[in-house]
Design a protein around this ligand. Sequence first.
Ligand SMILES: [Zn+2]
Length: 142
Amino acid sequence: MMSEELQEALNLAGDAVTRDADGTVRLVGSECGDCGKKAYPPSDVCPECMSENLSPIKLSTQGKLYSWSVVHAAPKGWTLPFIAAYVDLPEDVRVFAHIVDADPDSLEIDMEVETRMATLGSDESGAPFESFAFTPVQKGDS
Ligand SMILES: [Zn+2]
C-alpha cells in the first residue's frame, strides 16, 4: 500500500483528475459560485471569500510554467531526481506538479506545458504509481 504521506504529497485527490474521451488528462478543480474564484486541488471552502457554494470545474490541459526546481532528495518512493514545478492555468489557478520528459536545462519561464499521466515513483512493495504531471508542449505537434 502507498503510504498516506506519499499519497498526500502526490496530491492524489482521486476524482480531481479525469480523462476526456480521447484520453487527455484533465484536472478537476473547484469554482466558487459566489466570487468565481477557481482552485486546484478542489476545495470545500473558497480560498477567496470563504463561501461553501463550490462546484467542480474541468480545468485547461495546457498552462504556463511559472517556476520549477530539480529535487534530488525526497521521501522514499519517489523516482529521483525529479522536477517540481508550479504551472499557471488560464483559469488563474496555480498547480503544483511534476514536470516529466523534460531536460531541466531546456525549461523556460512561461513555456507552454500540458497535462499527462506519469509514473512518479513506486510504493512500498515496489509497484509503480502514477499521478498527473506536466510535460512541455512539443512545438509543431498537432
Ligand atoms: Zn469565492
